[in-house]
Design a protein around this ligand. Structure first.
Ligand code: FAD
Ligand code: 2HG
Ligand code: ZN
Length: 504
């Protein structure tokens, strides 16, 4: 049995390597696809490699090009860098020594966590040194009384969540990439995800951050206090700064109690107006136990069932809503959700629906939503957007894009975190082309800006979206951000070509 398991693990890892290789050779270099010029940075020399080996140990400096393939290409297989070197530190001290050396030698650095980012921020553009946090995966402490988790930046979200469960706690965030993304990456992107409706943004739950600055100085803001009003809140600058201001090395985060009862309802409706109506009823009827409100359209359902061979548990409908409740009293919560379901069906707002109270059924329903990004990846080249919009306008953008791109694209789908006003617009085509790209952009950004939305609700700007920041932020805001960048990283070595737009 053990041998069989080992053999199948070996086969799976071989097929993973083959897939990465195939994607790698098919993805053009970022510098060929996009107009971007290498900054005036130093080039890695053999003395640099020796110094990095002295800092982290020989086996934690990677220079073999084939071992670097997966770290040079993003999850979406849309951008590809040319790094020749990855360093894998284990401690804050090692990160500090690496950055000190890079700063002295003017070597550009790309911090990398789980490499699940969706905007091209996590991979180098040219030959930046990849600084991976994969070995920085230590849980420092879990306090079951205060609910505070303190850990290194490279802890994988799902693994940390399992440790937290042992103390009756859960992480305040959850996302489809949980099996690979790092908590440090989550903080650096200010990830939103599926629990934000209930537990709020990381700007509220993260209590402390330790980060190493570009010159190697350690900025220790690793407080575990819930309240601290002394001066500027520097950790907030690290949250969502996408590796451009410092390398997050450790964090403390407030974790809620694991709810005693979780239930899920999955509903089908005929129009987006009814989707909104259901959301309103859910807020009113489910009140304090409501923990997630997600939606997807029929195009999404078609893609996820077709590409991932999954099953729609209810009748085919134009829209679907997933409602989750989390509470402390199973019979009370089930009864409340059951009554809500009955009401929306009787009132003719929902056309079909199902209730899941057992783990297996809930997982199957959540799987339809959580694996949407993966399903769309099977559909072709993905243009991905995560807009923040007034909720009543959210779906108008999907309709407008379909109209605008008629005959040009394969799928135009809308789904996302309805309860947060966060639309994931995904547009697919067989193969990337500049013509399709310019049909899609700036159309979608202009539309969003006209309707007072944000061009990124949760994924950030990374490499691919940085030139569009001005659709959401004023010139004064962007200028101030550039001054902050200059202060933290005068030589601009930290994640160059990312987040901040060029022309300001
Ligand atoms: P990476 O992808 O490695 O890096 C992301 C950015 O952070 C890069 O700019 C990188 O340079 C920087 N960075 C990483 N680690 C550090 C560090 N220690 N210090 C400084 N900078 C660092 N995002 C959401 O917000 N909500 C979702 O629901 C969601 N769902 C997803 C589902 C799937 C299937 C996938 C593939 C992605 C999803 N994402 C989502 C996007 C992504 O998972 C998140 O942005 C996540 O927070 C990235 O974490 P990571 O460790 O993979 O970071
Ligand atoms: C999600 O909510 C993620 O599933 C990914 O943010 C969204 O792939 C996307 O467009
Ligand atoms: Zn999302």
């Amino acid at each position: 049995m053990r041998l069989l398991q080992a053999l199948s693990k070996f086969a799976a890892s071989k097929s993973l390597i083959r897939n990465v290789r195939a994607a790698f050779s098919q993805t053009p270099l970022t510098s060929d696809t996009y107009k971007v010029e290498r900054g005036n940075y130093g080039e890695i020399a053999s003395e640099d490699i020796s110094i990095f080996k002295d800092i982290v140990g020989c086996s934690h400096v990677v220079t073999d090009p084939s071992d670097l393939e997966g770290n040079n290409i993003d999850w979406l297989k849309t951008v590809r860098g040319q790094s020749k070197l990855m360093v894998k530190p284990k401690s804050t001290k090692e990160v500090s020594e690496i950055l000190k050396h890079c700063n002295e030698r003017n070597l550009a650095v790309c911090p990398q966590g789980g490499n699940t980012g969706l905007v091209g921020g996590s991979v180098p553009v040219f030959d930046e040194v990849i600084l991976s946090t994969q070995r920085m995966n230590k849980i420092i402490s879990i306090d079951p009384i205060s609910g505070v988790l303190v850990c290194q930046a490279g802890c994988i979200l799902e693994t940390a969540n399992k440790d937290l469960a042992g103390h009756g706690l859960i992480a305040p965030l959850d996302l489809g990439a949980k099996g690979s993304c790092h908590l440090g990456g989550n903080i650096s992107t200010n990830a939103g995800g599926l629990r934000l409706l209930r537990y709020g943004s990381l700007r509220g739950t993260v209590l402390g951050v330790e980060a190493v600055l570009s010159d190697g100085a350690v900025l220790d803001c690793l407080s575990t206090l819930r309240k601290d009003n002394t001066g500027y809140d520097l950790k907030q600058l690290m949250i969502g700064s996408e590796g451009t201001l410092g390398v997050v090395t450790a964090l403390s985060i407030l974790c809620p109690q694991k709810p005693a009862s979780v239930n899920v309802a999955f509903l089908g409706v005929e129009s987006f107006e009814k989707v909104l109506k259901i959301q309103q009823c859910a807020r009113k009827d489910l009140g304090e136990i409501l923990s997630a409100v997600e939606f997807m359209d029929s195009e999404c359902m078609r893609n996820v069932t077709h590409h991932l061979n999954m099953t729609n548990p209810i009748a085919d409908c134009p829209f679907y809503i997933l409602i989750e409740t989390s509470g402390s009293n199973a019979s009370h919560d089930e009864e409340k959700l059951g009554r809500f379901l009955e009401e929306v069906m009787d009132a003719g707002i929902a056309d079909d629906g199902t209730l899941a109270t057992d783990y297996t059924k809930m997982e199957a329903i959540w799987g339809l939503r959580e694996r949407m990004a993966e399903a769309m990846l099977h559909d072709g080249y993905n243009f991905k957007y995560d807009f923040s919009l007034p909720t009543d306008k959210m779906y108008d953008l999907v309709r407008a894009s379909r109209e605008h791109l008629k005959g040009i694209c394969k799928s135009v789908v809308g789904y996302g975190h309805l309860g947060d006003g966060n639309l994931h617009l995904n547009i697919t085509c067989e193969k990337y082309s500049r013509d399709i790209h310019s049909a899609v952009e700036p159309f979608v950004y202009e539309w969003t800006s006209r309707h007072k939305g944000s061009v990124s609700a949760e994924h950030g700007l990374g490499f691919k979206k940085r030139q569009y920041m001005a659709y959401t932020k004023s010139k004064e805001e962007i200028m101030m951000m550039k001054k902050i960048k200059q202060l933290f990283d005068p030589k601009g070595i930290l994640n160059p070509y990312k987040m901040l737009p060029d022309n300001f």
